[in-house]
Structure formats: C-alpha cells, structure tokens
Design a protein around this ligand. Structure first.
Ligand SMILES: [Zn+2]
Ligand SMILES: [Zn+2]
Length: 129
C-alpha cells in the first residue's frame, strides 16, 4: 500500500509540471500541494524524482531551490546541461533550451555546473511600462 501512496504523490507532484519548460520552486510546490501532501512527502518525492532523472533542481535568487522537468535524462545519466533564466520582474524561472559548454579548467574536474541568467522574461520584456 506504501507503493500506491507513493505513486499518487508522485502523480500529484508531476501534475504541477505540465506546462512547458517552466520551473517551480520547492516553496511553491509545498504551497500548491498543501491539501494533498505534507512538506516531508513533497521533499521526499522531489528527491526521488531527481534521482530517477525526471526532475532536476537548481538554485535561484536568495538560495531558493527550483525544480523543472528533465529532457532525456535517465537514472544513470543526467545529460541535461543547460542554463536557467530567472525574470527579475515577475519571478518566472524556466529552463533555457540552449547548449552551453563549460570551458576546461586546469587541474579541476567539473561534475556539475549551474548557470543562472537573470533579466526580463519575454512577457515582461515586451510589455511597455
Ligand atoms: Zn517576467
Ligand atoms: Zn532546467
């Protein structure tokens, strides 16, 4: 029965990630799923989904953790290496589906890299203030 509950919470959580390449912060997820799942469960499911290569996480402004759907990652291989964009006006965060190559750094082995680009998103950039 534990399995069924787990599946339900996984589904509830993944339902939040239906639209496009948008990311959701852990804080928002907890708020949105408030009625269905408790905080501990949300964190546990997020960890699991990240392990399984379904979601990836990164840090945004103020050290807030964000989650977004992976594209073609698997349990063993996290191949998703892309920058993220945070809008400083509306706070929207999404994955930028562009490739960035990490330069070779002498005497260092790069295992992870986080690139967060901040600015105005398309909607905010286009709206005339
Ligand atoms: Zn915006
Ligand atoms: Zn991403």
């Amino acid at each position: 029965m534990g399995v069924i509950r787990q599946t339900k919470s996984v589904k509830a959580l993944l339902d939040e990630f239906q639209e496009g390449s948008g990311a959701i912060s852990a804080i928002d997820l907890i708020k949105r799923l408030d009625k269905k799942l408790n905080k501990t469960t949300v964190y546990r499911v997020l960890d699991k989904l990240e392990d399984d290569g379904i979601l990836h996480s990164f840090l945004g402004k103020n050290g807030i953790k964000w989650y977004a759907k992976c594209n073609g990652c698997s349990k063993t291989e996290h191949i998703d290496f892309h920058p993220h964009f945070e809008c400083l006006i509306c706070g929207r965060v999404d994955c930028l589906l562009i490739e960035i190559s990490i330069p070779k750094i002498p005497n260092r082995k790069v295992e992870a890299s986080q690139i967060l680009i901040q600015g105005k998103c398309e909607a905010c950039h286009n709206s005339i203030v």
